[in-house]
Structures are given as C-alpha cells and as structure tokens.
Design a binder for this molecule. Structure first.
Ligand code: ATP
Ligand code: MG
Length: 140
C-alpha cells in the first residue's frame, strides 16, 4: 500500500444534511485526491465491527445506532501527511471545540453527530481501508 493514504467517512448526518458536495470540495481544495469511494448503509453489526476499539465506551451503543442510521460515503484519500492533515481539517471531535473553518465546525451538530471520520494513525488507516475496499477497488 503506498504512503499518504487515509480512510474517511462522511457520516449519516453529513449525507442527510446534504454536505457531501461541500465536504468533497473542501477535501479536494486541500490537496487530497480521492482514490476510492462508495456509498453504503451499514448494518449495526458492520458499524460495530468498524468501531470495535470503542466497544467498552459508554457511547458505543449510540454510536453504532447513529452510524447505521442512514447512508454514508466512504473515501480513500491520498495526500502528503494524509492522516494528520485530514484530522486537522476535520477539527475536534466535539464541534464546539473545533477550530474555525474545520469541517466539523462548519457542519457538525454535536459530539456524536460530527459528520466525518478520519483514521487516527497510518496503521489504522491500512486496517480501515481494508475493512471497506478490496485491493481491486483501490486506484493506487
Ligand atoms: P472518528 O473516529 O469518527 O474520526 P474521533 O477520532 O474524533 O472520531 P473518537 O474518540 O474516535 O473521535 O470517537 C468516535 C466517534 O464516536 C466520534 O466521532 C463521535 O461520533 C462518537 N463519540 C465520541 N465521543 C463521544 C461522546 N462523548 N459522546 C457521544 N459520542 C461520542
Ligand atoms: Mg477516532
């Protein structure tokens, strides 16, 4: 797998609110290239599989219900320092704490409904990319 990849998800609230175009525009104008994408509606089981690291958290059940509540757009993004740059562009988990002009500041409505996911390390990016995409689907 080439360097500089990360996995992003436009979450159900982002899709329902009609933010997909605006978010893709922000990503592309910040020098991220879209290497793969698909729209999915996760089952609770699939959402739980993706967020396994949070299984012992108090918010896990709500998180799974939210992530399986409607369609999402899953993206493989490529760019220099992709993992960290995407996290910066997303802003803090809690949109009230997010910096001005970050995606979460612009579109998120709560600490749960925060419109976008980004991998938190290069190692997790590889795992998460393979959770959603086969090698055949990756334009890298
Ligand atoms: P993500 O992993 O989705 O990119 P993140 O890395 O900023 O977000 P995590 O701590 O990994 O934040 O939490 C995963 C997701 O769980 C959050 O994006 C949010 O949707 C939800 N979440 C996190 N903390 C809380 C909380 N205290 N209450 C409700 N939901 C939460
Ligand atoms: Mg996270």
């Amino acid at each position: 797998m080439p360097a500089g990849l990360t996995l992003s998800i436009i979450k159900p609230d982002g899709v329902a609110q009609g933010n997909v175009g605006d978010i893709l525009k922000i990503l592309e104008s910040n020098e991220f290239q879209i290497r793969a994408s698909k729209m999915l509606h996760l089952t609770e089981k699939q959402a739980a599989g993706f967020y396994q690291v949070h299984r012992s958290k108090s918010f896990f059940k709500d998180l799974i219900r939210y992530m399986s509540s409607g369609p999402i757009v899953v993206l493989v993004l490529q760019g220099t320092n992709a993992v960290n740059r995407l996290r910066d562009l997303m802003g803090a988990t809690d949109p009230q704490k997010a910096e001005k002009n970050t995606i979460r500041k612009l579109f998120a409505t709560s600490i749960e409904k925060n419109v976008i996911h980004g991998s938190d390390s290069e190692e997790n990016a590889v795992t998460e990319i393979h959770y959603f995409f086969s090698d055949l689907e990756l334009l890298v």
